[in-house]
Design a protein around this ligand. Structure first.
Ligand SMILES: Cc1cc2nc3c(=O)[nH]c(=O)nc-3n(C[C@H](O)[C@H](O)[C@H](O)COP(=O)(O)O)c2cc1C
Length: 173
């Protein structure tokens, strides 16, 4: 089972639309996946007590993370990096067993020009620190607001080529 983490809690998020597209393609390949959007993470993760005593309402999320061997992170660009809510999730998960010896693939998205190259690089360093093997093919999708059609599908040939290649490789990774 792959867990697709959509890396923001923002309403009407493009990252979530991208996560749904990846899930649709994985379904076609008969690869099981589930989406974890960060607005499903309870607000208790921001409590100052959380590091000493995990809150009971975080347990279902921790269980999903613990059971997952392969993660796909959709990472939007917020102020030149990845969102703080994504780092907050990593910080409250049990260390090192949540991510150690696991695998992930990374997709950067932004409305700006660079598809979160910097944020994906920042996140790569953290994924390595946590013991994850990061798939070498990382995708950066700029101008994300122009990329998905009304059905929620990528439609530009160049983007489709890279995204499809990443999904194929990730299924075998
Ligand atoms: C707090 C915040 C900061 C942002 N910073 C950047 C940025 O530095 N560069 C950029 O290209 N887009 C930036 N954006 C726009 C996002 O790339 C945009 O919201 C995009 O659709 C992907 O994120 P989403 O999942 O929130 O939709 C920012 C958006 C927010 C909400």
């Amino acid at each position: 089972m792959i867990t697709i983490i959509s890396g923001t809690n923002r309403h009407n998020s493009n990252s979530l639309r991208v996560a749904k597209y990846y899930q649709k393609q994985l379904n076609i390949k008969e690869v099981d996946s589930r989406i974890l959007p960060l607005n499903e993470v309870p607000l208790s993760i921001y409590s100052s007590d959380i590091y000493a005593q995990p809150s009971p309402d975080f347990k279902p999320i921790q269980d999903i993370i613990t059971q997952t061997q392969k993660f796909l992170f959709i990472i939007p660009e917020y102020n030149g990096s990845f969102p703080g809510v994504l780092k907050a999730l990593i910080d409250v998960c049990k260390f090192p067993e949540s991510f150690d010896h696991k695998k992930c693939a990374l997709v950067g998205v932004s409305t700006g020009k660079y598809g979160n190259i910097r944020g994906v690089d920042h996140f790569t360093g953290i994924a390595h620190y946590c013991g994850m093997q990061v798939m070498p093919l990382k995708i950066h999708i700029p101008a994300i607001h122009t990329e998905l059609n009304d059905a929620g599908d990528f439609h530009l040939p160049k983007t489709l080529k890279f995204v499809t290649e990443q999904i194929d490789k990730f299924a075998d990774f």
